[in-house]
Structures are given as C-alpha cells and as structure tokens.
Design a protein around this ligand. Structure first.
Ligand SMILES: [Zn+2]
Ligand SMILES: [Zn+2]
Length: 565
C-alpha cells in the first residue's frame, strides 16, 4: 500500500494500472492469479485517509475522529501569518512600513471537506439564488464564458474550485469545492467563505482571482446568505482585490488600473499566479477521478493535495533561502536604477510621490496612473463654466479616435498576414474591413462636431485609387494644419491629444519590450526543441503571431511619436 500510495502521488499511477502490474509481477506467463481487484479498489482511497488521521495524531485527542474539526488534518502553510503562531505579540500595532507582514494572499478556493461541509455545500447549491446567467462588464473572460455554457449535462461536477496562499502555494484547509457549471459565483463564494474560516479575521488580506473585477461586486451581500457553517460577515476594508499579473492583460484598461498588483503597497512583487501550479500537478489524476464515485474522488483528490502540501513544506526553507539570496543581489541593481531614474525626474518626484501616497492611503483618491481620468477632471472643471457641445466628452472623443486608429493597425497587420499566407488561421478580411468602416463612420460624425476642419481636409485631398478603410487618414487634431489648430475647440483638443499620445508612447514601449523578450525566448525554444515538421510549423506560427504583436506596438509608438514631434 505504501508503494502504491507514493507511486500514485508522484507518478499519478491509476489503481487499475498498479493492480495489473502486481498481477504481472506475480505471474507474467499468462497463468491465473487470484482476483483481488475489488478489495484493492476499496483499500486504495481508504489507506491514505487512515494514514492522514494517524499523522494528525487524532487518536490522542479526546473524542477521536468524531471530535475533529473541519480542516484539522490539512498541512498548513508555516509562512503565512497566524497570530499566536508565527507573529510577534504586538503585530497589530506594526508600523505602516511593516504593515505588509499580516497580509495573507488568498486566490481561488480547497482541502479536507468533512461530511458536514459537504452536506452544507450541497444545500447551498439548492438554496442559492446567484445561479442566473452571469453578466460581465469586462472584456471576454474565459472563466465567465464557461459559466455561461451548457456543457455540463450529465455531470455531477465539471471540476473543482480551489484556494491557495499566493506566495507559498499551500492548498488551504476546506478550500476545495465542486463546480457544476464552470466557475459560477455561487460556488466560488462558498469556497471563498469556507477557506476564510481558517484565516484570522483581523489580518489584512489580498484576494487574487482571475475575474475578481466581476466577482467581488456582490460578494459581501452573497456571503451573508451562505449556509450557517460558512456564513461570515465580511468587512471589505480589510480586503484588497487584485487580478494576477498574467491574467490582468486580458482585462479592460479600467480593470488594469483598479486591480493591478503593482499598485498595492506590500504586495512585494507577488505574481498571484500561484494557483496555476497545483493544477499542473493534479491534471494527471483527472482521467481517473472523472469516472469515480463522489466518495472515492474526494479521498483521492484529498490525498494528492495533502502530498502537494507536504512536498511544499519539505522544500520551503530551501526555496525561500534561494529566493532571498537572489533578491538581495537584484535589490542593489534595482535600487540603483530607481535612484538614477528619480534623479533624472527630480522636478516631478515630490509631486508624484504625494499623488501616489495619497492614492495608496485611500484607493478612492485620484489614480495618478490614469491619464484619461486627469483629462476628464480638467474637462469637468472647464464644463462648469463653458456649455457642452456634444453628449460625448472631448476626452472620450479623442479616446475613440485613438481606438479607431488602433483598429486600423490591427486590420493592416491581418491583411498582410493573409497576403503572405504565414498563418493557418482563417482571416475574414471583408468582415474586419466592414467593422472598421462602421467605426470610422461613427468617428466622422463626432469629428463633424469637434473638429470640422477634418471634413474639409478630407474633401480637399485626392484619395488613392485602391484605398481601403485601414489606410484612410484619420485627421485627428495633431494631423490638422497649424492654422486649424489655433482655433477653438481644436486648440484645446490638440493639447489633450499630446498628453494621450505621450502615454501611448510609454505604453507602446513597455509592451514592445515585453514582446521582444518573448520573441527571444520563442526563438531559443524553437532552435533547441522543435525537431520535426509538426513541431516546427507550430513553433513558426507562434513566432508569426508574436511578430504581428511586435509590428503593432512599434507602429503604435511611431504614430504616437510622429503626432507629438
Ligand atoms: Zn503561505
Ligand atoms: Zn476586468
């Protein structure tokens, strides 16, 4: 049983395969061996369970197994703060620069689900009203899309939701729960509340979740309606909701500014993607657990996550020490770069620092990282004295103009890709051009109000013979003649556009650098790993996709730079 348990934990060997190996070890010449499979099938999930109880020392506690509390058998993270265990007695009065110590990062929701928790969970499914179609105000989020699909017929569960501590990736006690239909909020609320029972309520917490921008909206109200076992009163002030650093790029700019980890004091460069790593470990058992009954499935999953936590515990000290040594070296280099940068911007530093500190102390204050907001505020001050000329504000008009320009760039790249036939992807150029033409038409209507000189400039030019929507000039304020730019409201708009263009330049450079970094990794991977035609083609199409991104961002930078030169 010990050999099987370790073999399944490490190699994800199935019970059937292990049993067949035993049979062949007994007699591999076709002879009959006694049939013990049903007994073995029962023992396999039972044995790790009994072992877990033994290792928890449950037989020494009064009342034995019956007196156990939910989550008691889980191996807890020794690093995450626990008052009375690993925090100094005066932790609550820590100075602001040390206030990050009590932060307990918690992403998606897991662990030992004792029978009472399971019944509570099922009851929650029936009584919960938050099961209606989830509406998203953000960009297309895959987790939400799955929540809205109907591919769950015939399944009692389509997967599990889980919570780990973000920095050390320990699966938390009572933080795994079944999902019936994608990542529905109802399930995630339950899992989240179940997990919070094991975290000290007075600690500050950072909650990481891929779709936190949608999920947290009604969280407080929903959690108060949960079954009594996990019901708790959530004080939102001690939570910071953020989106992990890789997933945040799929969100709208508004989400990226509100839920960025980079803007949370004390987050200390955590990436928040720790939840993805245990999934890679458990993927190997999915093929056998999806055919099991609920009891066996829970025991098996529990066993694997217990093993995961134990391995984490054994290697944690070494891992943290290696990271600390690496960070000490990097810290010197980063500090030096930051000091030089600050010296170069000396005139702005005091003002910027004040804005950033005000925002960090109170998230409702003006976000200094958002340029458009600054323009909107200036505009609302101006509007107090000057009447408005259109229901869409001037800054929104400019943002719409830049968006159409971006759309043109995307279509241009797609058309070139199609011409060069460098991608296997189906590109519908006609549909793309149709969408773009409609966007341009909408922009022209706005331009007639804000910059009538655009219409004159359009009428006076000679269009090219084969002009397509993606090559049409946009004539945003920066492209108009100097004389036109001197007139109101264009003069004001040109100044605003310069600010937006400057922000565009910075963003384009950051993303361009990122894409070039990816390109170098992709090319190294291709050179070292792609050996046959299939792998080469696949690697080549990934490189082409990356190349289009590079083109998009470099063009974006050049256009923005051209406009403010
Ligand atoms: Zn931890
Ligand atoms: Zn979002």
């Amino acid at each position: 049983m010990d050999t099987f348990t370790l073999s399944t934990q490490q190699c994800k060997t199935t019970i059937y395969d292990f049993y067949k190996t035993l049979e062949k070890l007994t007699n591999n010449s076709g002879g009959k061996v006694p049939y013990r499979y049903p007994a073995f099938l029962r023992m396999c999930p039972e044995y790790p369970h009994v072992l877990m109880l033994k290792r928890t020392g449950v037989f020494h506690q009064p009342g034995g197994v019956d007196a156990m509390k939910p989550g008691q058998c889980a191996i807890k993270c020794p690093c995450c703060p626990r008052p009375g265990v690993n925090l100094p007695p005066d932790w609550a009065s820590a100075s602001p620069e040390n206030a990050y110590v009590p932060l307990h990062p918690v992403p998606r929701a897991r662990c030992v689900l004792p029978p009472e928790a399971l019944t509570g969970f099922e009851r929650a499914q029936r009584s919960f009203a938050r099961l209606v179609k989830e509406m998203s105000t953000c960009s297309g989020l895959v987790a939400l899309d799955y929540a809205n699909t109907k591919f769950s017929k015939g399944y009692s569960s389509t997967g599990v939701g889980m919570g780990v501590c973000a920095r050390h990736e320990f699966v938390q006690p009572n933080s795994v729960g079944n999902l019936q239909k994608g990542e529905r909020y109802a399930n995630m609320d339950y899992i989240f509340a179940s997990l919070l029972r094991h975290v000290d309520p007075s600690l500050m917490k950072i909650v990481f979740y891929d779709i936190v921008c949608q999920w947290w909206k009604n969280l407080k109200a929903q959690i108060s309606h949960l079954p009594p076992l996990v019901r708790l009163r959530v004080v939102l002030a001690i939570f910071r909701f953020v989106i992990p650093k890789l997933h945040i790029h799929m969100h709208t700019m508004a989400c990226q500014l509100e839920f960025s980890l980079n803007l949370v004091p004390g987050s200390a460069q955590t990436d928040g993607e720790g939840i993805e790593r245990p999934w890679a470990n458990i993927g190997g058992v999915a093929s056998s657990t999806h055919e099991m009954g609920p009891g066996s499935r829970e025991e098996v999953l529990n066993n694997h996550w217990g093993f995961w936590n134990w391995q984490k515990l054994l290697t944690l000290a070494d891992r943290l020490r290696t990271r600390l040594d690496r960070v000490r070296i990097k810290y010197v280099a980063q500090l030096e770069a930051f000091t030089v940068f600050s010296m170069e911007q000396e005139v702005h530093v005091a003002e910027w620092l004040e804005m950033v500190e005000a925002y960090e102390a109170d998230g409702k204050k003006k976000n200094p990282y958002k340029v458009l907001l600054k323009l909107e505020q200036q505009e609302s001050q101006r509007l107090a004295t000057v009447p408005t000329i259109h229901r869409m504000s001037a800054s929104s008009f400019l943002a719409a103009g830049l968006e159409v320009e971006e759309q043109q760039r995307r279509v241009r790249v797609q058309v070139e890709l199609k011409k060069a036939q460098t991608t296997a992807q189906q590109i519908d150029v006609i549909a793309l051009r149709g969408d773009l033409s409609r966007s341009i038409q909408r922009l022209r209507t706005l331009q007639a109000t804000y910059t009538p000189a655009t219409l004159l400039a359009l009428a006076n030019r000679d269009p090219l013979a084969d002009e397509q929507p993606e090559t049409k000039p946009m004539f945003l304020p920066s492209a108009l003649s100097t004389a036109d730019c001197q007139m109101e409201p264009v003069k004001d708009l040109a100044a605003k556009e310069r600010e937006l263009r400057a922000a565009q330049c910075v963003m384009a450079l950051v993303t361009l650098r990122n894409q070039l970094h990816i390109k170098s990794r992709l090319l190294t991977y291709k050179r070292l790993q792609s050996r046959n035609q299939d792998a080469n083609t696949r690697a080549q199409s990934i490189v082409v996709r990356n190349e289009t991104q590079i083109r998009l961002h470099s063009e974006k930078y050049q256009m923005a730079w051209e406009a403010i030169r």
